[in-house]
Design a protein around this ligand. Structure first.
Ligand code: GLN
Length: 465
């Protein structure tokens, strides 16, 4: 059921005198009662211990007493972190990711680790070793992915804020499918230290929340320089309300024309509403769209093939007790520990990087990436934000899409943003047949404030009407 809870609703309960222990206990119960398979692990003891500290006045901060769920790809000290995989089923990290340190320092309470596609490779959570999560609007449907457990948890109200990661859409897609808000920050704004890597050059950790201001609050807390991630930049983020009536909007034609009619309809309805409010738009073209999906998958799989070589069953993760020679051992651990989609990507990525094919695939994809960056730069000379539907379809049924290529096509509107390193937000903009449609707002690098203000307009004037 769709029943999200905002930060201010929880704060209201505290100001009425409820104890943090009671509030957090209630959320933990909700997680246990959930029928949506949103969590892989619940950190009950840690959460209640922190709640007690807050009740004793020993902790405070901007997230004081707020229950936060975390995608299971983000390392949490002492709390099992599986990345949705059998190979890390019993892995307990000895350190916290940068973003976790920030949340704890602000009094936020980590209540559990959410379900996800194995190693973030997927669009539905169906590749999770722990089984798929379900969509709170219709349990027979997917919640999106790969951060599907995070978005579904926010939508069902079993947590109030969540962190996902977005390599090619994994925050925005589940946000769109679950009717909540998800931000993919500019590359470099949020430290990736402690995020289990899938494709480093593309991914960012991003907030998911029931409304724009809550998502912005979490972004304020996790953004900022961290010396442990060499790509993290000397920038912070602060959400400031601004007048968006004069914002120059471009609608990306290629991202609307080819999507499902129902999604088109809701997208235009939202755009027309903005127009009624006095905002102007123009249709723009991004012909590079024909090549973005291919470039994304070549780069993502290549990076994955190299990243995942660390899972050898020796240092940590799944291992086999029997004695055997090293090569056999290594192959057996990986054959048993990884799921089919992960294996497919390691194989294809290794192929794309191999001596004879490197130039033909990997280098070519890098060149395409450059052209995409240039194409966006050009559009941003004339427009402040670019709009498009986040996903090409409504949330589909669990098991409905079986072949990998059709699944990859679902990422058509989200991956260009990662290739160019831009910030984007998905905000709910309409309902069709009782299912949510997300609108994607893309901005210039480090212009999160602009896209979030436009998103706020959509939330107030389109979604909540
Ligand atoms: N669905 C895309 C993929 O499988 C994006 C995943 C992600 O952003 N982690 O690569």
């Amino acid at each position: 059921m769709f029943n999200p809870i905002s930060v201010s609703e929880v704060r209201e309960r505290y100001s009425q005198g409820e104890s943090c222990y009671d509030v957090i206990s209630e959320f933990l119960e909700k997680i246990k009662d959930s029928r949506l398979n949103t969590f892989i692990s619940i950190s009950e003891n840690e959460a209640l211990a922190m709640a007690e500290k807050i009740d004793k006045g020993k902790l405070s901060g901007r997230l004081k007493g707020i229950p936060v769920s975390i995608k299971d790809a983000i390392s949490t000290r002492g709390i099992r972190t599986t990345c949705g995989s059998k190979i890390l089923e019993n892995y307990v990290p000895p350190f916290d990711a940068h973003v976790i340190e920030r949340i704890k320092a602000e009094g936020g309470i980590i209540i559990g680790k959410t379900n996800m596609d194995e190693f973030c490779m997927g669009t539905t959570t169906e590749t999770s070793y722990f089984g798929p999560s379900k969509n709170p609007w219709d349990e027979s449907r997917v919640p999106g992915g790969s951060s599907g457990g995070s978005a579904a948890s926010i939508a069902e109200g079993s947590s109030v804020l969540s962190l996902g990661s977005d390599t090619g859409g994994s925050v925005r897609c589940p946000a769109a499918f679950c009717g909540v808000v998800g931000i993919k920050p500019t590359y470099g704004l949020v430290s990736r230290y402690g995020l289990i890597p899938y494709a480093n050059s593309l991914e960012q950790i991003g907030p998911i929340a029931s409304n724009v201001k809550d998502a912005a609050l979490l972004l304020e807390i996790i953004a900022g320089k961290d010396y442990r991630d060499s790509t993290s930049v000397e920038k912070t983020f602060e959400f400031k309300l601004m007048d968006v009536s004069k914002v120059r909007i471009g609608i990306i034609r290629e991202m609307i024309e080819k999507v499902d009619e129902k999604v088109q309809k809701e997208t235009w309805r939202a755009i027309n509403k903005l127009e009624e409010l006095g905002m102007n738009y123009e249709e723009v073209s991004l012909p590079m769209m024909d090549y973005t999906l291919a470039a994304y998958y070549i780069l993502a799989m290549s990076e994955a093939s190299s990243n995942l070589s660390r899972y050898d069953g020796v240092r940590y993760g799944y291992h086999i007790e029997k004695e055997m020679n090293w090569n056999t051992y290594f192959s057996k651990v990986r054959a048993e520990g990884f799921g089919d989609e992960v294996k497919r990507r390691i194989l294809l990525g290794t192929y794309a990087l191999s001596a004879g094919y490197y130039g033909k695939y990997y280098l070519k994809a890098l060149r395409v990436r450059n052209l995409i960056i240039q194409a966006f730069n050009k559009l941003f000379e004339r427009y402040d934000v670019l709009l498009a539907p986040t996903m090409p379809t409504l949330p589909f049924r669990i098991g409905e899409i079986q072949d990998p290529l059709s699944m990859y096509l679902m990422d058509i509107n989200t991956v260009p943003v990662n290739l160019a390193g831009l910030p984007a937000v998905s905000v709910p903009a309409g309902l069709n047949n009782g299912l949510p449609v997300g609108l994607q707002i893309i901005g210039k690098p480090f212009d999160e404030n602009m896209i979030l203000n436009v998103a706020l307009k959509v939330e107030e004037e389109v979604w909540k009407r």
